[in-house]
Design a protein around this ligand. Structure first.
Ligand code: ADP
Ligand code: F6P
Length: 478
């Protein structure tokens, strides 16, 4: 898929985070989020050099290897973490790119540090990458890297993939450094997006702020005194999962037994409802809890019949909006259980921690209903994982129309999470859905996930990148 060229992955976090255990020893743990879930199976197969941060501040970590990956850690100081990662990446870009659900903050010192850290990543890649390598830069934390890298190493083919939405031009326009970000991205040969709407928004934005005209699914970067014009492919490539690997785990007898055990431990409810999300304000957890609380209060569902398990993975815990969210969610959980629970019976089980893959699959198998109700989400792989795991073709997916996954998973019960009455109606419908309708819908969801699985996604995206690499060898276009 890379035509014999070295593949270099670049992301803010390495696929593994370094953790210090209670006894002072250190170990590696899979990093949170969909980026790693999607990309790991590809690099396991292809091998790569991966440049990224090891997850703790002020720590120098030597390069190391895991399987076919060579990992090259980039050091971030405490101040880098505060200004570049928590500040500009997660206090400015994250809310801006997610429909300003939270208010983005614009601070010049955050931007300055974002530029500095992006330069550090670009320099590290420039040092490490082999001649003519393919460099694949990931996500919003590193949008300046493509242009910086092109200056440092013109021999490289540069691909960028945005795992989160790209905002409409009228929102992106708020960003004081909007032109610089677009110019940074246009340093790539191929820019991949999750949805067609993201790719269209980017092409319009590029035209508006850099006067680079859009032509079909490309953007033409005009010639300058010292450079010919270039064509950048800016297109959607919806990300996916290794569906067969998830299904294989779901077939394992001990995982199926564990699913049964989970139901028993929860008191064998008629309906087990599940939510699995990073504890992030984009995921619509507050709306979901409000709907559940009202259903219990109205008596539309009986607390004796249902248990809702909400797994909320710890995330970005020092960013103010995340702290507030955690406080609010935890107060609400207490209130719901206080009002609707009984001795030995809690209608809401809240779990603030990470799990191994087997346990996640057992949870998917145990759940009659999965609630995926983000207010905005680039894709949402949890929805795809649920479908991949339901080899029994049972279970109901309630899915927000604002998740990228809704483009493909049309036979989910699609909801607008802002419409609490609509959300309540979908929950009730899901809890009572006849088995035959579950089967028909789940069959269609599984077909969609298996059709566009991670290898289909990688073949499409890397195919486009390889074509770009080959046309560079022939000579610059335009
Ligand atoms: P995001 O990238 O915003 O976190 P996604 O739904 O696309 O959202 O991806 C989340 C990924 O993280 C999925 O692969 C999911 O299985 C995994 N994940 C989420 N929560 C947990 C958890 N508590 N423990 C282990 N894996 C988790
Ligand atoms: O998938 C979106 C994403 O932001 C990734 O870029 C990131 O690695 C993951 O979610 C988890 O976020 P963080 O690295 O901030 O913990």
């Amino acid at each position: 898929m890379t035509g014999g060229r070295e593949l270099v992955m670049v992301s803010n976090r390495l696929p593994v985070d370094r953790v210090v255990n209670e006894d002072g020893s250190t170990s590696w743990r899979t990093s949170p989020g969909g980026l790693v879930t999607a990309v790991e199976p590809i690099v396991e197969q292809l091998g790569c050099l991966w440049v990224g941060w090891a997850g703790s501040a002020d720590e120098r970590v030597d390069p190391f290897e895991i399987g076919s990956m060579r990992l090259a850690p980039v050091e971030l100081s405490e101040e880098d973490v505060e200004l570049y990662y928590e500040g500009f990446s997660n206090g400015t870009l994250w809310p801006l790119y997610h429909d300003v659900i939270a208010q983005p903050e614009y601070h010049r010192e955050w931007w300055d540090r974002y530029r500095q850290v992006n330069r550090r990543f670009a320099e590290r890649v420039a040092q490490e990458a082999a001649e003519d390598a393919i460099v694949w830069v990931h996500d919003y934390q590193l949008q300046l890297v493509p242009a910086l890298l092109r200056q440092l190493r013109p021999d490289l083919t540069i691909a960028f993939f945005l795992h989160i939405p790209f905002p409409p031009s009228r929102l992106f326009a708020q960003l004081p450094w909007r032109k610089r970000i677009v110019e940074g991205l246009l340093g790539a040969d191929v820019i991949g997006f999750q949805q067609v709407t993201d790719a269209v928004a980017f092409r319009m934005t590029a035209e508006r702020f850099t006067r680079a005209p859009a032509l079909g699914n490309t953007v033409v970067v005009p010639a300058t005194a010292d450079r010919p014009s270039r064509t950048v492919l800016a297109q959607e490539f919806p990300i996916s999962i290794d569906a067969a690997a998830f299904a294989a785990v779901a077939e394992r007898p001990e995982v199926r037994r564990r699913a049964q055990e989970i139901r028993e431990e929860l008191g064998n409810p008629k309906t087990l409802m599940l939510g699995i999300d990073r504890l992030d304000y984009t995921k619509g957890i507050r709306h979901r809890l409000k709907a559940y609380n009202e259903l219990l209060a109205d008596g539309e569902i009986d607390a004796a019949d249902i248990v809702f398990v909400q797994v909320a993975t710890p995330s970005r815990e020092r960013v103010e909006a995340y702290r507030q969210l955690r406080d609010e969610v935890e107060v609400t959980v207490g209130r719901i259980n206080g009002e609707h629970g009984a001795i030995g019976r809690a209608p809401l089980v809240y779990l603030h921690r990470g799990y191994q893959r087997d346990e996640m699959v057992a949870l998917y198998l145990a759940a009659d209903v999965l609630l995926v109700t983000p207010l905005r989400d680039g894709m949402n792989l949890v929805a795809k994982e649920y479908a991949a795991c339901r080899v029994d073709e049972q279970g109901v997916l309630v899915l927000s129309e604002f998740a990228g996954a809704a483009d493909e998973l049309r036979d989910a019960l699609l909801v607008n999470p802002h419409d609490i009455e609509g959300l309540k109606a979908a929950i009730v419908r899901a809890a009572h859905m006849p088995k035959e309708e579950q089967r028909r819908r789940m069959h269609s969801l599984r077909r969609a996930v298996h059709h566009n699985d991670v290898s289909h996604w990688a073949a499409g995206y890397l195919g486009a990148v390889q074509a770009a690499a080959e046309s560079r060898q022939v000579g610059p276009s335009g």
